[in-house]
Design a protein around this ligand. Structure first.
Ligand SMILES: Nc1ncnc2c1ncn2[C@@H]1O[C@H](COP(=O)(O)OP(=O)(O)OP(=O)(O)O)[C@@H](O)[C@H]1O
Length: 244
């Protein structure tokens, strides 16, 4: 197994309270890894730390065996290969097209290539016809598809998703799950997805990590995890004895 991400002895404290403790975790390259656990378990904190939005109190995160906090230039380039989509998409008060183009513009991508990539991504998420519409006027499902297209055009190696389908209707949930699967299978993108939804994790995750009260209880291949969990806490969670 080649690993995309390796976490070593990670700890996060807020106001001296330990909210996350992950002694070790490996995210296999090309996997869809679901981060699951009840509310407040530390799932979003873990994702934010992986994406360098917050620095941990202790420990390290390695992307392709390079410390993500190392500021060397080749390392910074590597970090650009990670992209995150949040539960509530933050769209600018601009057109759908311009919202999708943002990351490419920041990278000074040639206009012709930019146009091609943005239009192709909008086609994939079924929003080509809305390309000139103001993003603020979109429905929740459409807005999340724009956020997804914005991540797609950057051709990330690692895609970080924080509850990307929460609050969406079943049809949009299906669409987004299809995009996630496609990016994973056709482009080999490693996906790390925080989800509350066990059914969703069962549907699309190849690997699962279970967090409970800030502790990484168990992780591994999804089929083994769901069929034969090792830990009593995992069994309790899967059987609904731990309240969300
Ligand atoms: N900036 C912060 N300052 C203080 N405490 C924080 C901060 N961010 C998160 N926490 C606390 O850390 C714990 C973990 O939060 P986190 O958002 O990672 O949980 P989660 O598993 O993603 O929860 P949910 O599923 O409800 O989103 C919570 O108790 C939360 O209150």
């Amino acid at each position: 197994m080649t690993k995309a991400i390796r976490i070593d002895d990670l700890q996060m404290q807020y106001n001296k309270r330990i909210v996350l403790s992950v002694p070790g975790l490996e995210i296999p390259e090309g996997s869809i890894t679901g981060i699951i656990g009840p509310s407040g378990a530390g799932k979003s904190t873990l994702l934010r730390i992986i994406n360098r939005l917050e620095s941990p109190t202790r420990g390290k995160v390695y992307l392709h065996e390079q410390d993500v906090w190392n500021q060397r230039s080749e390392n910074m380039k590597l970090q650009r290969t990670m992209t995150m989509v949040f539960q509530k998409p933050t769209l600018l008060d601009k057109s759908v097209f311009q919202n999708v183009a943002i990351g490419l513009k920041a990278r000074n991508v040639d206009k012709k290539i930019l146009d091609e990539k943005v239009l192709s991504a909008l086609k994939t998420v079924g929003l080509l016809e809305l390309k000139d519409q103001k993003a603020k006027t979109l429905s929740g499902g459409e807005a999340q598809r724009v956020a997804f297209a914005r991540a797609m055009v950057l051709d990330p190696e690692v895609l970080l998703l924080d509850e990307p389908t929460a609050n969406l209707d079943p049809a949009n949930v299906r669409l987004l799950e299809d995009y996630i699967r496609n990016m994973n299978q056709k482009k080999g993108v490693t996906v790390i997805m925080v989800t509350h939804n066990l059914f969703q994790a069962k549907r699309i995750a190849s690997h699962v990590a279970f967090l409970y009260e800030g502790n990484l209880v168990e992780w591994g291949e999804a089929s083994r995890f769901f069929d034969a969990p090792n830990k009593q806490q995992t069994k309790d969670f899967l059987e609904g004895r731990i309240i969300y």
